[in-house]
Design a protein around this ligand. Structure first.
Ligand code: 16G
Ligand code: ZN
Length: 542
């Protein structure tokens, strides 16, 4: 038996052998594009089931983020705009792995499970708001997969909307806007308007301090991805005096020698950026523009080296600003308490975690890699900042926060700033555009140049990341937010022994959730020692 896309509209359908099993990972399903028409078709089918069950809008995003052009992927977005509910990750996996012959039985079993735990459409009967909204990045396989998604949603006769080439965060935002109409108009234009209006308003009440070295200018590396056209569109809504952006890497090979993932791992300037470039402030997106990293040429290093202002630095910048506003607010309103916290992963630079603790006097919670883990933990706070070092992050605000804002809308400048900040930010998921605008507001507020940002917070400890190919990554099991290996036996002890040989060192090894490799991360007191530690850990698992 084989499984196939059940339609003639999608052209060639690349049937999938029944034995081949897929699982919904941290980034949904991600493969070489050939396998994906089937996976996208079944995912849209699952999305339409969920849309009918909740009588609301579900999102489908076709992207493989920072991976090469030949790959693609598909992930689902819940009605809140957040990532797919974990229970549904299992349902999606079951439906995708069902053979054509037993698909109907799989759906019936799913409906039975659904009616037990959630209010099923079978109970309410009302499904006229059920809708699947689908976006794609700019890969050549995108339009074909979009048709596979359309076919998947058509099986249950659910409304289908193709919103075209968008960043992943734009899709999340539109799904949320469909389900919460007071939030924004559910269109790409609605997204631009909501974010840029909030930015302009917040800009107006942000006062640049005396002697400010802030410059409203930067160069953006677009990874040759969807960030280029969509960020250009967004900037149409923002006057040049407020922010002037020069675009680079707009139309070459996707994610090749450029983009946030490349810059972060290689710690190098992306292609078409030169060490001698005079303009010091640069930022980089990944292929679907849900990651943002600032950088500049590193002085006194080999040509092409980049100094990074990564997710950790952005998180700390947000934390500093929000903490200051909260303090000012609490001075006038001590009775309404708003708490805040920061969530990071094991990849957070040790200096950032120490800065959060010792200088900001806040706590950093460390969780497993993957946006959903960070998002969930951050939602425990009234203001929850989360960032992965790789540049994916945002801030989430609680209902309690919203109710305080509504209670005291204009009486307090700090509160107004927080309210507007919460609207510049895309709460649904990390958003390179929204995050960039938020960073610019804060740099302006402090009057900071890149030099100031580098000097006034903390210095990264040297660190390396090494990808080690392995035959079977499933033999590696971790605990302690991925910082300790419990399997294979004995390896953690060898890691500990290696780490103990260096000063200020820290290291961990974890299996990748997205590639068939194991990742080594190491920090130590000097660049040489960090590399030596990384190399010796690589030997441990080879
Ligand atoms: C996915 C995750 C990202 C994580 C990365 C880790 C989402 C939307 N994306 O891209 O957050 O950093 O995987 O990859 O959750 P790894 O497991 O290969 O290190
Ligand atoms: Zn991405």
């Amino acid at each position: 038996y084989t499984r196939a896309v059940n339609t003639t509209h999608t052209g060639e359908s690349f049937p999938i052998p029944d034995e081949e099993k897929f699982s919904y990972g941290t980034a949904g399903f991600r493969f070489r594009a050939e396998k994906l028409s089937f996976l996208v078709f079944r995912c849209a089918y699952v999305a339409s089931l969920r849309a009918r069950q909740l009588n609301s809008t579900i999102g489908v995003m076709i992207t493989a983020s920072h991976n090469p052009e030949e790959d693609n992927g598909v992930k689902l977005v819940d009605p809140s705009g957040d990532m797919l509910n974990v229970v549904w990750e299992i349902y999606a996996t079951d439906i995708v792995n069902a053979t054509d012959a037993n698909l109907a039985a799989a759906v019936r079993s799913l409906e039975r499970q659904m009616s037990q735990i959630e209010n099923s459409f079978i109970a309410t009967g009302n499904t006229h708001n059920a809708r699947v909204v689908c976006g794609m990045d700019i890969r050549t396989s995108g339009p074909h997969l979009m048709e596979a998604a359309r076919a998947g949603a058509a099986v249950f006769n659910v409304n289908f909307e193709n919103i075209g080439e968008v960043s992943t965060p734009i899709l999340h935002y539109i799904v949320k806007s469909y389900n919460f109409p007071q939030f924004a108009e559910p269109t790409v234009q609605g997204y631009y308007k909501a974010i840029s209006d909030a930015f302009k308003e917040l800009h107006e009440i942000t006062v640049e301090p005396e002697g400010s070295s802030y410059q409203p200018k930067l160069i953006v590396d677009c990874a040759n991805g969807v960030g280029a056209p969509r960020f250009r569109d967004l900037l149409q809504h923002i006057p040049k005096e407020l922010l002037e952006v020069e675009f680079r890497n707009e139309s070459g090979p996707l994610n090749h020698l450029c983009g946030a993932d490349f810059v972060k791992i290689a710690q190098k300037l992306p292609t078409s950026f030169k060490s001698e470039d005079q303009d010091p402030k640069c930022a980089t997106f990944d292929g679907d523009a849900d990651r943002l990293i600032y950088f500049r040429a590193k002085t006194g290093a080999e040509p092409g080296a980049a100094e990074l202002f990564d997710g950790d630095k952005i998180a700390c910048l947000y934390a500093m600003y929000i903490k200051e506003q909260l303090k000012a607010y609490h001075e006038t309103r001590p009775t309404y308490n708003i708490d805040m916290g920061i969530v990071q992963t094991a990849y957070a630079n040790g200096s950032s975690t120490r800065f959060i603790k010792d200088t900001l006097g806040l706590k950093s919670v460390i969780v497993k890699t993957g946006v959903k883990h960070l998002h969930e933990e951050a939602s425990e706070f009234d203001v929850g900042i989360y960032f992965e070092a790789n540049g994916h992050g945002t801030v989430v605000f609680s209902a309690h926060f919203d109710s305080i804002i509504r209670r005291h809308p204009h009486e307090n400048l700090a509160l107004r700033r927080l309210a507007l900040f919460s609207r510049v930010i895309n709460e649904t998921v990390g958003d390179a555009f929204a995050d960039l605008l938020a960073v610019e507001i804060i740099l302006r507020h402090y009057g900071w140049s890149m030099d100031d940002w580098a000097e006034k917070m903390y210095k990264d400890v040297p660190n390396v990341q090494i990808k080690v190919p392995v035959a079977d990554r499933s033999i590696f099991e971790t605990t302690n937010a991925e910082q300790t290996l419990v399997k294979p036996d004995g390896i953690q002890k060898m890691i500990d022994q290696d780490v103990a040989k260096f000063k200020n060192s820290r290291a961990f090894i974890r299996p990748s959730g997205t590639e068939n490799i194991v990742r080594v991360y190491a920090e130590a007191d000097t660049v040489e020692n960090t590399q030596a530690l990384g190399k010796s850990l690589e030997q441990v698992i080879r």
